[in-house]
Design a protein around this ligand. Sequence first.
Ligand SMILES: Cc1cc2nc3c(=O)[nH]c(=O)nc-3n(C[C@H](O)[C@H](O)[C@H](O)COP(=O)(O)OP(=O)(O)OC[C@H]3O[C@@H](n4cnc5c(N)ncnc54)[C@H](O)[C@@H]3O)c2cc1C
Length: 415
Amino acid sequence: MLHEIVIVGGGFGGVRVAKILARWRENTHITVIDKSRYHTFYPNLYEVATAHLPEVFGHLPIDFVNLKSSAIYQLEDIFLNDLNVTVLESEVLGVDFKKHKVALKNLMTLHYDILVLGAGSETNYFNISGMEEKALPLKNFFDALAVRNAIDEAFLNLPKNHLIKIVIGGGGFTGCEFAGELIGYMKKLSQIHGRPEYYAECTIVEAADTLLGSASAWVQKKARARLEKLGVKFNFKNPIKDVHDHEIVLQDGSKIPYDVLIWTAGVKAGGLTKSLLGVKFEKGLCLALDKNLRVLPYENVFGVGDMTYCIDESTGKSLPMTASVALREAKCAAENVKRLIFKNSLKTYKPRNAGFIIPLGGKYALLESHGIRIPGIIPWALKHLVVLHYWAGILGWQKAFGLWRKSLEVYIKND
Ligand SMILES: Cc1cc2nc3c(=O)[nH]c(=O)nc-3n(C[C@H](O)[C@H](O)[C@H](O)COP(=O)(O)OP(=O)(O)OC[C@H]3O[C@@H](n4cnc5c(N)ncnc54)[C@H](O)[C@@H]3O)c2cc1C
């Protein structure tokens, strides 16, 4: 009997589940549904948003092609050689868990025997008045291009005696990575447009009293020192209350003017969860899972990644919304899909904190993993090797190496 496995979301979690099951080649057919044609590699978006591609000065547009494929890759191409996988570009509107049917935007429905939900997250504006209308998010490739273009245009169009102010809402991982890289981009744009370098500044506005609230004190201190050295300014303990044209108002009533405002301060479970009837939710609209990563209360539905809520029993805290968590969950969910088909007992998911690398401008990053702490160029190089390893896992080494080498050329030019 052929088992129909439907995976909603071709992101980190969904693609990893599909790749593992595709290699398995038992009596299964896998359908990966995504509303976008592309798989997005989010950790490179800050590079896209700060990439200097001097197209107007006659350089080859190939730089843009390389930049694009370092951050987004066609899902069809990822599964080109997987004959038991079908990729469907469509938005999932809902799921009938009783009839085992997924409803798609084009009025089609799709039957599943086993369903994996991995539809990710979306930008959370926390109902801050004016934020969604005025600020630029950094949540997909096109957001990253919009950010890059807005900054480019500010340098091109604003008078040379105007101090350009770029404000980043949120001093979390995305905000810090972006700020570090932005400083180099601002310097380049100042040179190109004949502006004094000190006539442009970048400020992080953070509601808490520290950067990188979820990281250790060592990471927080090092990251702040690094960004300060690069020239980033900070505003702590004063959340943004209102956003107007070219001005944000903080909780204490003070105002900060901006030319470009980028919002990186939060994500929440994606819009699909709102239309999932009968499932159990935790922490807003995150899907509650059992210890085998099944979406409660359904036995043939698994959940992975940002749209789910999972507790690390060793710390009692919920797992962060990161690619590494989504990938680990995907490995366990794929294994449990197989076990479910063979009617074997399911594997218990054991969350663990593998640590992280945070790049902070130029060839500098911080690594913290299993008690090891390294600042400098080594973690920066390691991050790029991790990226290569990721692409190799879904494209094979040959394709991945070509793509990785070309994108590194663009990034290094920017560094
Ligand atoms: C700028 C940025 C930088 C980041 N950097 C890092 C980092 O350095 N390290 C790290 O570990 N994590 C990082 N993250 C977090 C990481 O990207 C996410 O945690 C990860 O992508 C979650 O994987 P996922 O599979 O749950 O969702 P995603 O990878 O977001 O995939 C979800 C997919 O579902 C699709 N989808 C959504 N709704 C529907 C629908 N209704 N129908 C059909 N398809 C749908 C989307 O198009 C998307 O392709 C970063 C995130 C951002 C935004």
